[in-house]
Design a protein around this ligand. Structure first.
Ligand code: AMP
Ligand code: TRP
Length: 344
C-alpha cells in the first residue's frame, strides 16, 4: 500500500520563531522521520506577497527559510522540499477554485480579520469601531482575502491527507475540506479531504503577553530560532510570569508560567509534571534562568548547522525538489482541467 501523503508550508515573511518551530517545523521533522508518510514541505512565497514585501527581503527570507528547513533536519532524501512559486499548477488551481468559493466565507476568516485589524495600527488597548473595521476591509488587498483559496490549492494538488500546522490554520483547512467536497460533488471524485495534525503546542503564546500568540507581526514577544544566547537569556529574564510563586501548569490562572513550562517540556523531553516537581519551593527567577539554558542548548545544533549551509547547496536541493513536485502537480492539474472542460 502507498503511504498517505502529507504536506505543509511556511511563509518566508521573516525570521522563524519558537512558535513556528514547536507548532510546525519540529513536527514536520518528526513526521518525516516516522517513515509513515510521503512528505512534501514547501516555502509559501506567493502567500508572502500578500504582505507586499521588499523584493530583496523576499529572496533573502526564502533562502533563509530553506536553510532553516535543512538545519532543522528536513531531509531532501526523505521529503520533497520545494518553492510554491516554482510550480505553476498552484496558481492554476487557485484560479479554478475561485468560482467555487463564496467571498463571504473568505471575509469571515479569523486570520483575514486579524490582518485587517493590524492595518488599523491600534495602540495597546485602543478600541476601534465597526465602521473603522469595515473601511479597513474595503481597503485590504484581494490577495489577503483570497489567501485560503491558494492554500487549498497547495494542499489538494498533491492529494494530501494530512497537514501539520499550528492552531491558527485550522479554519483555513476547514475551507479546504469544503472546497474539496464541492469540487468532487460537481465534477466527480478528484481530490482528497485533508486533515490537520496539531502538536502539543498548537498555539505558543508571546513571551511579553501571554494573552497573544507568538507571531512574527509582534517581534517583541518572539524568541527567534537564530537568537544568540545573550538575547535568549535577556528575553527570558523579561518574560511575563503570573502572580503567585509556584511553577505550576494552569493555563487559566497562570498562562505565562504554563507557556514557559510547555517550552521547557518540549525542548528538554521532560514531562510537565517532572518539571513542576523539579521546581517545588523554587521561584520564577531560577526557573526562567534554567529555561534559558535549556533553549540555548536545544537551539545550538540547529544554529550551527544553519551557519554551515551554503546558498549554492540550498539552491541545488531546491532544484531537485521543485522538479519532483512539478511532476506530481502537473499530472493533477491536467486531470482537473480535463474534468472541468478546459482544453489541455
Ligand atoms: P507562518 O509563519 O504564519 O507561515 O506559520 C508557519 C507555521 O507555524 C504554521 O503552521 C502556523 O500555524 C505555525 N505557527 C505560527 N505561530 C504559531 C504559534 N504561536 N504557536 C504554534 N504554531 C504557530
Ligand atoms: N497559511 C500558512 C501559514 O500562514 C502557510 C501555508 C500556505 C500552508 N500554504 C499552506 C500551510 C499549505 C499548510 C499547507 O502558516
Amino acid at each position: 500500500m502507498r503511504k498517505p501523503i502529507l504536506i505543509s508550508g511556511i511563509q518566508p515573511t521573516g525570521k522563524l520563531h519558537l512558535g513556528n518551530y514547536l507548532g510546525a517545523l519540529k513536527n514536520f521533522v518528526d513526521l518525516q522521520n516516522s517513515g509513515k508518510y510521503q512528505c512534501y514541505f514547501f516555502i509559501a512565497d506567493m502567500h508572502a506577497l500578500t504582505e507586499n514585501p521588499n523584493p530583496k527581503d523576499l529572496q533573502k527570507n526564502t533562502i533563509d527559510l530553506m536553510a532553516s528547513f535543512l538545519a532543522a533536519r528536513l531531509n531532501p532524501k526523505k521529503s520533497t522540499l520545494f518553492i510554491q512559486s516554482q510550480i505553476s499548477a498552484h496558481l492554476q488551481l487557485y484560479e479554478i477554485l475561485g468560482p467555487l468559493t463564496p467571498v463571504s466565507e473568505l471575509l469571515r476568516m479569523t486570520a483575514f480579520k486579524e490582518k485587517v485589524i493590524q492595518t488599523l495600527k491600534l495602540k495597546e488597548g485602543q478600541i476601534f469601531t465597526r465602521e473603522d473595521f469595515e473601511r479597513a476591509v474595503d481597503e485590504s488587498n484581494f490577495g489577503l482575502a483570497a489567501y485560503p483559496v491558494l492554500m487549498t490549492a497547495d494542499i489538494i494538488l498533491y492529494d494530501a491527507k494530512f497537514v501539520p500546522v499550528g492552531r491558527d490554520q485550522l479554519q483555513h483547512l476547514e475551507l479546504a475540506r469544503t472546497l474539496v467536497r464541492k469540487f468532487n460533488n460537481k465534477y466527480g471524485k478528484t481530490f482528497t479531504e485533508p486533515k490537520p495534525l496539531l502538536t502539543k503546542v498548537p498555539r505558543l503564546m508571546s513571551l511579553d503577553d501571554s494573552t497573544k500568540k507568538m507571531a512574527k507581526s509582534r517581534p517583541a514577544g518572539c524568541l527567534f530560532m537564530d537568537d544568540s544566547p545573550a538575547i535568549i537569556r535577556q528575553k527570558l529574564t523579561r518574560a511575563t510570569t503570573d502572580s503567585g510563586k509556584e511553577i505550576k501548569y494552569d493555563v487559566k490562572n497562570k498562562p505565562g508560567v504554563s507557556n514557559l513550562l510547555l517550552i521547557y517540556s518540549e525542548l528538554s523531553g521532560k514531562s510537565v509534571s517532572t518539571i513542576e516537581k523539579m521546581y517545588v519551593g523554587k521561584g520564577y527567577a531560577e526557573f526562567k534562568k534554567d529555561l534559558a539554558e535549556v533553549i540555548i542548548r536545544a537551539l545550538r545544533p540547529f544554529q550551527e548547522r544553519k551557519k554551515k549551509l551554503k546558498p549554492a547547496e540550498i539552491k541545488k536541493v531546491l532544484a531537485v525538489g521543485n522538479k519532483k513536485a512539478n511532476t506530481v502537480a502537473s499530472k493533477k492539474i491536467n486531470e482537473v482541467k480535463r474534468k472541468i472542460g478546459l482544453l489541455i
